[in-house]
Every structure is written in structure tokens, then in C-alpha cells.
Design a protein around this ligand. Structure first.
Ligand SMILES: [Fe+2]
Length: 341
């Protein structure tokens, strides 16, 4: 496995680049916008294809690199379903798996620092965001934080992992890079409490000042969505209401770009072809299923995904590949489900 722990000195943020092999798909956790050039250079040097950019939660101390990475690599942006961000490509929840080629992370909902905090677990390590830090825990006084929820996330989820599990947090301000669950249980001063009440009293008594960047970072991080209006202005978008009237039409093929788990949870459009977004370039190239489907039948491809981000990028890619008869459903399955009828 390729594993890189990358550091932003200004905010004390750790970002993690993961891939199963050179030349393969890559995933990045908690990227920082100022470091995007560095990440992309590393991605090129290691001959990787960045397919997912994930934030453990909505950050208050730096601006996320999610939007910039999506704009520059067309990767999928991922956050938890509770997150206040306007649009991400994909939302995840407790029990999901976050997957790329050769790597699968268990998704753990670990609220408390914020109400949208997640941790991601592999066999030997866990990425804990700001839920569990090295010899500390993330503050619980901002962004719908809750010390009682955090106690539950810590004691009933993260600390139940095997003691040897490596802990990789989103921040460190002392220069520590990694710990283990067993070490944190024993030496983390915040975890030496006997009850949820004691933990809540400890956290509520911290009296911390607000992060320097907070007034800038939080609003910026809530607006990460791709501007789907540009795609609409070119005539490549169909509203969910109009798309419903197109179901069953013989000249149109609905193409679902989501992953299997998203289809299982949120349902699908009857008759849609399933062509997950990470394989889009292959599918659009001559000989690929979407290219041949379009060429052989002359049908219009109508892409859709969860919120319209992947499908908007897919329309652009299809147009670039010479498939002029392609559009997408503006707002994706989310808009489809909100649209009555
Ligand atoms: Fe945070």
C-alpha cells in the first residue's frame, strides 16, 4: 500500500494520501486548499489517479481542498450525510464503506467535535479526524459539537477497536504523527474519566478561543459545490421534473453513475444503465460501453448521480469525447426524490 501523511504547518493539519499500488486509484483525506499543488505533484510522481477526496468533517481552521481537487482532477468529493456543505458528490453514513481500487475503509459516524464528524477505519489503522487526537480530543464547543456525543463516539466506538490499531488524527500541534488506541487509552489525559458527566464537565470547562480562520473557513467550506449552472447554461441539464417525463422513452438511456451502495440506499431509476463514475473515461472511449451504446443506438445518454456533480462532470467529459447527445439530471437523485409525481 502507498501511504503518505502530509502536513500543513499553518493549520497543523494532517492529510492522508492512500493507494493500493503505483499506477492505481488514490484517495485523499482532509486536504488543505493551499497544499493542492503539492498533492497533485505527488499524485503525478507516484503515477496515481486521484478518484476521491474526503473530509472527516466541516473544518473551522482551514479551507478544504475538496473543491479545488474536484475542479482539477474531476475526482469525487465525499462528506458525511449530516454535513452542512452545500453540495458534495457523494454523502456517506455509518456502516458504509469508502472504497477505491484495492482499498476499503469502514465508515464510522463519530460526532461530538462537530455533528458531521466521521472516522475511517482500515485493518491496522483508523483516521480519527478531530474526534480522537494524540493525547487530546477535538473541542466540542463549536459547530453543533456535543461532549456527550463525543464521549459515546470515543468510548463506545473508537476505543473499542483493537489496542494495536494505529491512530492517525486530522491535527497535531506538538509534532506527534501517530499513536495507537491502546496508547491513547492509557495516556490520553482526556480519556482518564469515569463517566460521561465527568467528560462533559472537562470539555465544557476548557474555555478555548475561536480558531483564527474560523470566520473565513466555515463559510468557505460550506460552499464547495460545483457550479452546475454552467452546465445548464449550455443546455446540457434536465430538471428532475422534466426527467421524470422521460422515463420509458425509447430514444433516451438513463445512466446511473453512483456506486452500488448509494443505489441500494436511495433507489434507482427504472431501466437505468449502471456505469459507475470512476470508470467513466474508459466507458466513454471508443470501445467503451457508453460510447458504443450511444453509437449503436443513437439514443441520448441522460446521466445522473446523487447530487448532480458527477453527472455534470460526466456530461462535459462526454461532450469532450464527441458524444454530443448527452445531458444530465440537475441536482441528481436528491432533486429527483424531492420532486413529487
Ligand atoms: Fe475540526
Amino acid at each position: 500500500m502507498l501511504f503518505r501523511q502530509l502536513f500543513d504547518q499553518v493549520s497543523g493539519t494532517y492529510s492522508y494520501l492512500l493507494a493500493s499500488r503505483r499506477g492505481g486509484e488514490a484517495l485523499i483525506i482532509d486536504p488543505v486548499i493551499e497544499k493542492v499543488d503539492r498533492y497533485l505533484q505527488l499524485v503525478r510522481e507516484l503515477d496515481l489517479k486521484l478518484v476521491k477526496a474526503v473530509d472527516t468533517h466541516l473544518h473551522a481552521d482551514h479551507i478544504t481542498g475538496l473543491g479545488a481537487l474536484r475542479d482539477r482532477t474531476h475526482c469525487i468529493t465525499v462528506m458525511g450525510e449530516q454535513s452542512q456543505v452545500d453540495v458534495v458528490s457523494m454523502r456517506i453514513a455509518e456502516g458504509d464503506r469508502l472504497t477505491i481500487e484495492g482499498i476499503s475503509l469502514d465508515v464510522l459516524y463519530t460526532p461530538g467535535h462537530t455533528d458531521d464528524s466521521y472516522s475511517f477505519r482500515m485493518a491496522d489503522r483508523v483516521f480519527t479526524g478531530d474526534t480522537l487526537l494524540i493525547r487530546g480530543t477535538g473541542r466540542t464547543d463549536l459547530q453543533n459539537g456535543d461532549p456527550r456525543q463525543q464521549y459515546d463516539s470515543l468510548f463506545n466506538k473508537l476505543l473499542k477497536l483493537p489496542d494495536e490499531t494505529m491512530v492517525f488524527p486530522a491535527h497535531d500541534y506538538k509534532g506527534d504523527t501517530v499513536s495507537t488506541i491502546g496508547e491513547e487509552k492509557q495516556f490520553n489525559p482526556r480519556l482518564q474519566v469515569k463517566s460521561v458527566e465527568e467528560y462533559a464537565a472537562l470539555m465544557n470547562g476548557l474555555n478555548l478561543s475561536n480558531p483564527k480562520m474560523m470566520d473565513v473557513a466555515v463559510p468557505a467550506n460550506m460552499r464547495q459545490g460545483l457550479a452546475q449552472e454552467q452546465v445548464a447554461a449550455r443546455g446540457w441539464a434536465v430538471s428532475a421534473a422534466d426527467a421524470k417525463a422521460l422515463v420509458g422513452r425509447s430514444d433516451i438511456v438513463f445512466v446511473d453513475l453512483r456506486e452500488r451502495t448509494e443505489r441500494e440506499r436511495h433507489g434507482s431509476i427504472p431501466g437505468a444503465v449502471h456505469a459507475p463514475y470512476p470508470a467513466l473515461q474508459e466507458n466513454l472511449a471508443p470501445g467503451g460501453v457508453l460510447h458504443e451504446l450511444s453509437a449503436a443506438t443513437g439514443k441520448q445518454l441522460l446521466f445522473y448521480c446523487a447530487f448532480g456533480e458527477r453527472s455534470a462532470m460526466a456530461v462535459q467529459a462526454a461532450q469532450d469525447a464527441g458524444l454530443a447527445a448527452t445531458r444530465h439530471i440537475h441536482g441528481g437523485m436528491d432533486a429527483w426524490k424531492k420532486c413529487a409525481g
